[in-house]
Design a binder for this molecule. Structure first.
Ligand SMILES: [Cu+2]
Length: 153
């Protein structure tokens, strides 16, 4: 290949990377054991995305599902509910925080949090939702991550 050919390829590559996607896709795995050794987790448990992005919840391990926790989503946002052991893809449109859980392992702390559009306006409302001790503890860590991200904006 000529030197000019190489340069042209490099430019084409750079343009390809620079082209903004209309919406990004994220993946959250449902696991019996996380990479940090924690049992029954969504991984990553905290995600920060933009309105219009989709999140694919993947049943890497069977026996899990993903659904919004009542009271833990922005006003006017659509709740979602995946089926047991099945993949579910959700498009998030309304900015704010979305807390979600796995029903069989909710009591064991299998919860996750998604922040859409750099918006934590429903953080205080989400914190008021009553949950068992383990999910409360894990969710507190996730709320903390959302707050830190918000402070960094
Ligand atoms: Cu589960």
């Amino acid at each position: 290949m000529t030197r000019y050919g190489m340069v042209a390829l490099c430019i084409a590559g750079a343009i390809g990377i620079a082209t903004p996607a209309t919406a990004a896709d994220f993946q959250v795995k449902m696991l019996n054991k996380g990479s940090n050794g924690q049992m029954m987790v969504f991984e990553p448990a905290f995600l920060r995305i933009q309105p219009g992005d989709t999140v694919q919840f993947i049943p890497t391990d069977k026996g899990h599902d993903a659904e919004t926790i009542p009271g833990m989503l922005p006003a006017g946002a659509q709740p979602f509910k995946g089926k047991m052991s099945q993949e579910v893809t959700v498009t998030f449109k309304t900015p704010g925080l979305y807390g979600y859980r796995c029903i069989p392992h909710f009591g064991m702390g299998m919860v996750g949090l998604i922040e859409v559009g750099n918006n934590t306006s429903n953080l205080d409302a989400a914190k008021q939702v009553k949950m068992p001790p383990l999910p409360t503890k894990r969710m507190a860590t996730l709320f903390e991550q959302a707050s830190q991200q918000a402070a960094a904006h």
